[in-house]
Write a protein that binds this ligand. Structure first.
Ligand code: PRX
Length: 654
């Protein structure tokens, strides 16, 4: 097995970690589940378990078959018809939730808006009618490129209501990344905003979108949300007549009566692009019935969600966490969801904690990279706010080092809140490995056990169960990806070709006698930078796109806040000289091509890259150099001297 390129120190810590945290008695006593029996029941009949959860949703037509499975093709709740927006909104209108908060939104400048379930239903229905008016119908693709504003959730729900397939593109992506995603899905409509606030500045989304659209022929209309009317003031962008329309004009004229389209359970709800091992991102396709069932069940049990909870997940809707645990899971449960537009350190580093106090947040879900930043900023920022309402904390997106876990537990959770470390992926759609907070004894750094009804293990290359190796999911699960948009071969090859009928997530993991999983990080050429997935090939393509670059190899190196940072080894074309200016330019070039999340931390110029005799770049050696470690075996190299020279150069520069 290739050892995952995760931070070595953190790995050592993980391997030594033996602290245990049973659920606090007060928590367990009131928890939705406080009994191990749920694991046994689900294991005895997983299909019956999932069918019970599906049965809590509203179906226009009942399903005939819980699961049909012919690997890798799964059909969950076949024959059943439902609508996701109906389940997230209409279902709550007949009871006491009708006028309760669904979305509590705060903009970065401090403006706020609260939507009740009834409000959100009305706004969604109006916008759904507006989309219909633009010719959007069932199965059409709609790209959404928005900041964290309520309209992002409304746009997603409006698509779901009429059976259109949304493809949300994170607002931090470049025009080129946006264009690639629009073109791959052949989206008909793009929904964007004049801008969104980030650290006091306005991110010019419409200007990016205009640049992207120069390369897109499928888009017929662009709907523009006026976020603060900053279009003329800051971005100087205008609307293109005939193509672009203001969101507020469209909804002003639209009827609030829009019946929810019955969708067959297996019909596509959304596409979400994620990075893989090639330069081209994959459009992960999610279904309707299975997806909603698992996000509904996991939100309820993993977060122990109650009617009086105030739930805040700090992810962006541009990522799967935002889809499943800001929008669909919590709203299907009728939760009060906090949504925040901006940066955690604006106007100061206490912003998140002020928000927690202001809205009385009880459940808080964030990424380890954020926790490490909070640790670095210091406890005094946390101490300024009253966090006594918090009762449960969660993490997602990358392995959490025990030091950060313990800090989160002590400083944010006041030693009374259980922590749920949730392992899952864009492809899994919903949480897969996690504690149940009223049942599971937690261990810092371990995501603990598979969720009831999920079957996970660790396998060797050849498929034997081993204590340390590749994480594997051995049974189909309701919210599993159904394919990669337009590329079913890649779907089969990436996830289903390692073992027979078993899903390969691409992560390394280990397990101890207690059966707890310790997910150690990616085993493929995918990096996890500040909780964001970035393919090394994407960054390499961006680098070689620059006229000065002949060849590039990208690896991850440990970073104390981001988990991993990007180190790029670059060979220049004849006649080009390495310089600090060029390194700076290349970093900027990558940020411009992909988005600033992909900006390399280090650029290391080299006359040659270490290659095997067959010409394959030896990334393992590059990783060792970037980590400042002793070099491993170099005997297979065509020219062992290359790597010695590189190491010297790196150490000089470091
Ligand atoms: O490597 C694992 C890591 O994040 C990857 C999935 O990234 P993405 O599809 O962007 O989804 C992130 C949000 C679900 C996984 O393959 N990962 C995610 N959660 C954890 C994790 N690694 C360790 N522990 C976790 N809790």
């Amino acid at each position: 097995m290739t050892l995952p390129p995760s931070p070595e120190a953190a790995l050592d810590d993980l391997l030594r970690e033996d602290r245990r945290f049973p659920p606090p008695t007060a928590f367990r006593d009131g928890a939705r589940v406080s009994d191990e029996a749920i694991y046994r029941e689900a294991e005895a009949d997983p299909e019956a378990f999932w069918a019970r959860w599906a049965g809590e949703l509203h179906w226009f037509t009942p399903w005939t078959e819980v699961l049909e499975w012919e690997a890798p093709r799964a059909r969950w709740f076949s024959g059943g018809e439902l609508n996701v927006a109906y389940n997230c909104l209409d279902r709550h209108l007949d009871g006491p939730r009708r006028n309760q908060a669904a979305l509590i939104w705060e903009g970065e400048p401090g403006d706020t808006r609260t939507y009740t379930y009834w409000d959100l239903h009305r706004e969604t229905s109006k916008f759904a009618n507006a989309l219909k008016g633009l010719g959007v119908g069932k199965g059409d693709r709609v790209a959404i490129y928005l900041p964290m504003v309520p309209e992002a959730a409304i746009a997603m729900l409006a698509c779901a209501r009429i059976g259109a397939i949304h493809s949300v593109v994170f607002g931090g992506f470049s025009p080129e990344s946006l264009a690639d995603r629009i073109n791959d899905a052949e989206a008909k409509v793009l929904i964007t905003a004049d801008g969104g606030y980030r650290r006091g500045n306005v991110v010019p989304l419409k200007r990016n979108a205009d640049q992207a659209l120069e390369r897109c022929s499928s888009i017929e209309h662009v709907v523009v949300v006026a976020r603060g009317w900053n279009i003329a003031r800051t971005t100087q962008t205008t609307l293109k007549p005939g193509r672009d329309l203001w969101y507020h004009d469209l909804v002003a004229e639209a009827s609030a009566d829009c019946p929810a389209e019955p969708m067959e359970s297996e019909e596509t709800l959304f596409i979400l692009y994620t990075s893989g091992t090639t330069g081209k991102p994959k459009g992960v396709v999610h279904s309707t019935g299975g997806y909603l069932t698992q996000v509904y069940a996991t939100t309820r049990l993993v977060f122990d969600l109650r009617d009086d909870d105030v739930y805040w997940c700090t992810a962006d809707v541009g990522w799967i966490t935002g889809h499943s645990y800001i929008v669909y899971g919590p709203l299907a449960n009728g939760a009060a969801v906090v949504m925040y537009e901006g940066a955690p350190d604006f106007p100061d580093r206490g912003r998140f904690w002020e928000i927690c106090e202001k809205y009385g947040v009880t459940i808080f879900y964030t990424a380890p990279t954020a926790i490490r930043a909070f640790m670095k900023w210091g406890e005094e920022w946390v101490g300024k706010s009253d966090l006594s309402r918090l009762r449960l904390l969660g993490t997602v997106g990358e392995p959490i080092n025990p030091e950060a876990w313990i800090w989160y537990h002590r400083v944010i959770g006041g030693e009374r809140c259980p922590i749920v470390d949730t392992w899952w992926q864009t492809e899994t759609g919903a949480i897969m490995i996690t504690p149940l907070p009223g049942v599971t004894e937690t261990r810092p750094g371990s995501a603990t056990r598979a969720f009831p009804g999920i079957s996970a293990t660790i396998l060797s290359e050849t498929g034997e169960e081993v204590p340390a190796g590749y994480l594997a999911i051995t049974r189909p699960w309701p919210s599993m990806l159904r394919t990669i948009w337009g590329d079913d071969t890649r779907f089969r090859e990436t996830y289903w070709s390692k073992w027979d009928g078993i899903y390969f997530p691409g992560d390394g993991a280990k397990r101890e006698e207690d059966g707890y999983f310790w997910v150690l990080g990616r085993v493929d050429d995918v990096l996890n930078v500040a909780g964001h997935r970035i393919g090394t090939m994407e960054v390499e393509s961006a680098l070689v796109d620059h006229p000065a670059v002949a060849e590039a190899a990208v690896v991850g190196k440990s970073h104390d806040v981001k988990g991993q940072a990007i180190a790029a080894f670059v060979t220049l074309k004849e006649g080009r000289q390495p310089s600090d200016e060029l390194a700076y330019t290349l970093k900027g070039h990558v940020a411009e091509k992909i988005g600033s999340i992909a900006r390399p931390e280090d650029i290391i110029f080299s006359a040659d890259l270490p290659k095997t005799r067959s010409g394959k770049i030896m990334r393992r050696l590059l990783r060792d150099i970037a980590e400042g470690k002793a070099l491993g075996d170099t005997t297979t190299l065509a020219d062992p001297d290359v790597v010695r020279r590189l190491k010297e150069r790196y150490e000089e520069g470091a």
